[in-house]
Design a protein around this ligand. Structure first.
Ligand SMILES: *[C@@H]1O[C@H](CO)[C@@H](O)[C@H](O)[C@H]1NC(C)=O
Length: 401
């Protein structure tokens, strides 16, 4: 029942707004008639799917196969891909596909055969046909476990409207294509794949980027030295890769960076001075910093311990030396403070007892010496937090002799 060859007609006014209008001028028979007409009218004829987009979707489907016959692609029937095709959404004024979002762990009725909580499996590859959907604003194929092959390189040049690119939890291989042309990209999530090669230098020209998640791949090489150019970035999750070289100093001047995870790489050099001190406007938004499991050397920056917003700090399993700065304040509030397995010397800083809260503290496997201060938070910590140091005593370790 495709109406006219007028592909896109303007939407008729919504019934609700008519109802308001009717109340605004009570008693007018004309207004009532308008309401009736709106109620009896056929549903708003949004623009139907563009035929080219429908073809592209069918090519995308042909490259993927659902295990255990999930319901996902059985909804992709009929000519109007903007109506009832699971995971597909169109711009109602143009009929162009704006979102393609299929998540293997979505608890939707269509996903019922995937169990509860849903754990859907799809194999195949991401077809280049995605690049024909050149009005896409979001492309999400997440957590299907067995989708393999590369991230289509054409994505970088063919999808100028893309804001969200999420392909995590698959088996994608190859390199991350250079993405500089995606000037609207706000979310880039390719985590939990098997991607190799480096982080493309062009990533730092994505001026709108807010979330970058490339964790748990096999990425090598260095972080771009101008990483700090990403002024909008609030989450950078790059842990569990094979990145080497230093943490760029520019990271210390990112105004919106709240979560930085570079853990379990092969990073060397010092933690940039001033990281966590905040920049401009007194802003200081760093709330979690995970740098554990690298080869970092140098000292623990005092700016991190004095930071009142940083709740999670894990610097474990590095080669950090020197003393723990005596820089805690009554505004320090750490749910996690793990400095274990480094080469820290000196004593447990007295100021730690000033901290408003320290949940999980781990100073074990260092070279600390001296008496553990009395009072909170030391009262509720157990010996494990201080184990394997040079000559610590007091508190949970028992009397100093
Ligand atoms: C801190 O990070 C290291 C390295 O990633 C990890 O092994 C350890 O479990 C983390 N500590 C906590 C308490 O999560």
């Amino acid at each position: 029942m495709l109406a006219t060859d007028e592909h896109c007609r303007p939407l008729p006014p919504k019934p609700q707004s008519k109802a308001k209008h009717a109340m605004a001028s009570p008693g007018t028979a004309a207004a009532l008639l308008v309401v009736l007409a709106a109620l009896l009218a056929p549903p708003p004829a949004a623009c139907a799917c563009s035929a080219a987009d429908r073809d592209a979707l069918l090519s995308i489907r042909a490259a993927l196969s659902e295990e255990r016959r999930l319901g996902v692609f059985s909804t992709w029937t009929g000519t109007d891909c903007c109506a009832g095709w699971y995971g597909v959404a169109c711009d109602p004024t143009t009929g162009r596909v704006a979102d393609l979002s299929l998540r293997g762990e979505a608890d939707d009725a269509v996903m019922a055969p995937a169990g509860r909580p849903a754990s859907g499996v799809m194999s195949g590859y991401v077809s280049d046909a995605v690049c024909r959907l050149d009005r896409l604003s979001s492309l999400v194929l997440a957590d299907w476990k067995q989708i393999s092959g590369p991230v289509p390189a054409c994505v970088a040049t063919s999808l100028p409207y893309l804001r969200i690119l999420e392909l995590p939890g698959n088996r994608l291989t190859g390199a991350i294509p250079p993405l500089a042309a995606l000037s609207r990209l706000a979310v880039l999530n390719l985590a939990d794949n098997q991607l190799t090669g480096g982080i493309p230098g062009s990533v730092t020209s994505l001026a709108e980027l807010k979330h970058l998640d490339l964790a748990n791949n096999r990425l090598t090489g260095r972080l771009p030295s101008d990483f700090g150019k990403l002024r909008m970035l609030s989450r950078a999750l790059l842990g569990r890769n094979r990145l080497s070289g230093p943490i760029p100093a520019s990271v210390a001047s990112m105004p919106r960076l709240a979560d930085l995870d570079l853990s379990e790489n092969q990073l060397t050099g010092a933690i940039p001075e001033g990281l966590g001190r905040g920049s401009g406007n007194g802003g200081n938004v760093l709330t979690s910093l995970y740098l554990g499991g690298n080869r970092l050397s140098g000292g623990v920056p005092a700016s991190l311990l004095a930071n009142s917003g940083l709740g999670m700090l894990n610097l474990s399993r590095n080669a950090l030396g020197g003393g723990i700065p005596d820089a805690f304040t009554p505004r320090s509030y750490f749910m996690l403070l793990d400095l274990s397995r480094n080469r820290l010397t000196g004593g447990v800083p007295r100021s730690l007892s000033l901290a408003a809260y320290v949940g999980h503290l781990d100073l074990s496997h260092n070279r600390l010496c001296g008496s553990i201060p009395a009072g909170p938070p030391f009262d509720h910590l157990d010996a494990q937090s201080f184990a394997s140091n040079s000559c610590l005593c007091g508190g949970p370790l028992g009397k100093c002799t």
